[in-house]
Design a binder for this molecule. Structure first.
Ligand code: AMP
Length: 222
């Protein structure tokens, strides 16, 4: 199954994408995680992306699409004459603009695939700010925690791999507001784009992650 998760920062796309990819044996592709990895490794792409990210701005479409195309092509590459093993993915954090949505369609067409579902996760702004400002991330494995709702067993240490937890630069309150504004301006219209294709459904994601996950699963025909 090929799925896109849409929704504002803090709505839980990462957490839900993770649960979904496990349940559906699909690959979780997060452009935010891919970019943070590039920044950590100080690659040319990472150096280009860093200041956009730290200021809550979108990284330019051409950079994003080149990165995603490479990732999807790697998944879809098969010896000629065989059927592509392009079974499933959950895209988290992309598309964020019309240009990206159209470019994604083109890439998938080239690979002989299309999207099955677009899940639009929704929550009120005050809920998003509370979630994002308390979020902590593992430096090593990107596992997500929250200072009140999802504490690690040991303060500042990842339960899964023992890595150090940190607050993302863009999870500081001023940058959060900027990111929410960017979402309203750049990404919200995509909901209409996918609604017209009749592959979109909207889920209220203010509850616990497991509750949102149950709602998502009951909408997927699996
Ligand atoms: P996320 O982890 O999805 O919240 O992404 C963190 C930051 O990475 C965003 O605020 C953007 O600066 C950048 N980013 C991630 N995905 C995209 C995308 N599809 N288009 C442009 N910028 C992106």
């Amino acid at each position: 199954m090929r799925i896109v998760l849409l929704g504002p920062p803090g709505v839980g796309k990462g957490t839900e994408a993770n649960m979904l990819s496990k349940k559906l044996s699909a690959v979780h592709i997060s452009t935010g995680d891919m970019l943070r990895q590039e920044v950590r490794e100080n690659t040319e792409l990472g150096r280009k992306a860093r200041s956009y990210m730290n200021h809550g701005k979108l990284v330019p479409d051409d950079i994003i699409m080149a990165m995603v195309k490479k990732r999807l092509k790697k998944m879809g590459t098969v010896p000629s004459g065989t059927v592509p093993n392009f079974s499933g993915f959950v895209l988290d954090g992309i598309p964020r603009t019309f240009v990206q949505a159209e470019a994604l369609d083109d890439i998938l067409k080239e690979l002989g695939a299309s999207l099955d579902f677009v899940i639009d996760l929704d929550a009120r702004e005050e809920v998003l700010i509370e979630r994002l400002s308390g979020r902590r991330v593992c430096k090593k494995c990107s596992a997500l925690y929250h200072i009140t709702n999802m504490k690690p067993k040991k303060d500042g240490i990842c339960d899964r791999c023992g890595g150090e937890l940190y607050q993302r630069e863009d999870d500081k309150v001023e940058t959060i507001r900027k990111r929410l504004k960017v979402y309203q301006e750049e990404t919200k219209d995509l909901i209409e784009f996918y609604r017209k294709k009749s592959i979109l459904f909207t889920i209220n994601a203010e509850g616990k992650p497991e509750e949102t996950f149950r709602k998502i699963m009951s909408n997927l025909n699996v």
